[in-house]
Design a protein around this ligand. Structure first.
Ligand SMILES: Cc1cc2nc3c(=O)[nH]c(=O)nc-3n(C[C@H](O)[C@H](O)[C@H](O)COP(=O)(O)OP(=O)(O)OC[C@H]3O[C@@H](n4cnc5c(N)ncnc54)[C@H](O)[C@@H]3O)c2cc1C
Length: 391
């Protein structure tokens, strides 16, 4: 037990680490060579172990059937999940934690609780061809018609569409405000336009999906009309923090593996680790990982202590920005340290070098995180974004 981690925190971290070492990492190359997929039996066994460990829906409160972890403990689990390549860590179900706060009884019963139990799977359709960073530029429409709504538009990068059975669709109402609605994927009018290949090798695809005259009952509206953007911000804050955690885990794995290699491999008569050009790359990586981990841990503990939402917003952006850029630098150095081996798909550094790139893009690009941080700095001042005002 340390000043910053309780015995329970350490136990959860150790459990998640053992799971990733024993159940995920050994399957990475198989996944890489098989379009990201693992045999169904393997995934079923992984999911069963997650339930046994009490980590099913680790971000959801215990009364709803989740693991009831603190925000800090969620970060510890995500960090470990981030140590595995090929998104094998996505085997942990983490449905949107804000949904139970706004979902109706019908929505809880139909979508939210089954997703928490791991029986149903959701995907999110917000981004469009001409609207990514600027979410307000979406052209998809939500049209009220009596007791139902019509959903129309073409959505891009719909992650996990091929594993999901329902979708959260964001579109604009007549007055220009945003609405979020849920639809089952077998609803008529939803079709895949195409499934582009991406830089990583993941079993989850990100297709372009058309919604053409899709009809859903009024009961499928999440919250109120006009609430769409509020949910998006809540989701962004959470995901940005978890991306920071996963990036810390990825950097840790890369440093572990690259430093082990540097101590085994000889070049020009000595161990690679004795060449300062190599050891300095590792020293910089460790230093930057430590900084990112401190930011991420401190932020999560601050959220557990009731940090105000605006400070959370700025700090989630800063943590995501720093940790994702850090992990990309570490992956680049790790490829260099492994030399030719670092360019082989069977090498962890090659895979992370490709996979981590998206962490600088999704859930708000690095530029957007800087815009948010600068905006908060000028509007609220340095003490506020550093969280000093509420001490
Ligand atoms: C693998 C993957 C999975 C995804 N999954 C989903 C999903 O499940 N659901 C979903 O809805 N979306 C998803 N996305 C979309 C993702 O959130 C967007 O790609 C991201 O927000 C960036 O939007 P964009 O791609 O349209 O880029 P753009 O917004 O067009 O940006 C292009 C470039 O311009 C910069 N830029 C934009 N605006 C500004 C500005 N104001 N100032 C300075 N620079 C700016 C950006 O930083 C970027 O460098 C996914 C994307 C990827 C790659």
């Amino acid at each position: 037990m340390s000043r910053y981690m309780t015995a329970e925190d350490l136990a959860i971290q150790a459990q998640a680490r053992a799971f990733v070492d024993e159940e995920l990492i050994p399957h990475e190359i198989e996944a890489e060579m098989n379009e990201g997929r693992l045999p169904e039996g393997v995934k079923t066994a992984q999911k069963a172990r997650i339930k046994e460990m009490g980590l099913q829906a680790f971000n959801i409160e215990a009364e709803l059937g989740g693991a009831g972890l603190t925000c800090f403990q969620q970060v510890l689990v995500s960090e470990q999940a981030g140590r595995a390549t090929n998104a094998l860590g996505w085997v942990f179900d983490a449905p949107a934690a804000w949904l139970p706060k706004v979902a109706t009884e019908h929505q809880m019963k139909t979508w939210v609780l089954p997703a928490i139990r791991g029986e149903r799977k959701e995907c999110y359709a917000i981004t469009e061809e001409f609207a990514g960073s600027d979410v307000d530029a979406i052209q998809a429409t939500v049209t009220k018609d009596g007791d139902s709504y019509g959903l129309d538009g073409v959505k891009w990068h719909v992650t996990s569409f091929n594993h999901a059975d329902h979708v959260f669709f964001q579109g604009k109402l007549k007055d220009g405000s945003h609405a979020l609605l849920v639809s089952d994927l077998d609803n008529p009018g939803i079709s895949v336009v195409r499934t582009p290949a991406y830089m990583h090798t993941y079993a989850a695809h990100h297709p372009i999906v058309a919604f053409d005259g899709v009809r859903v009952p009024k009961a499928n509206l999440i919250g109120e009309e006009g609430d769409g953007m509020r949910f998006a911000y809540e989701w962004f804050r959470y995901e940005r923090l978890m991306i920071a955690a996963r990036c810390c885990g990825a950097a840790r794995r890369l440093i572990d593996e690259a430093s082990a290699f540097a101590q085994q491999r000889f070049a020009s008569g000595k161990q690679l680790s004795e060449h300062q050009a190599i050891s300095f790359m590792l020293a910089d990586s460790v230093t930057e990982l430590w900084a990112a981990q401190l930011m991420t841990y401190r932020l999560a503990q601050g959220i557990d202590d009731g940090m105000n939402v605006k400070t959370q917003h700025a700090q989630c952006s800063m943590a995501k920005l720093y940790a994702s850029e850090m992990a990309n630098r570490v992956a680049d150095r790790a490829v260099q340290i492994f030399g030719g081996r670092g360019y082989m798909r069977e090498n962890v550094a090659e895979r992370f070098y490709r996979e981590l790139r998206v962490d600088r893009i999704w859930e708000g690009t690095s530029e957007i995180q800087r815009i948010i941080t600068a905006d908060q700095l000028f509007k609220r001042g340095l003490s506020a974004i550093l969280g000093e005002e509420q001490q």
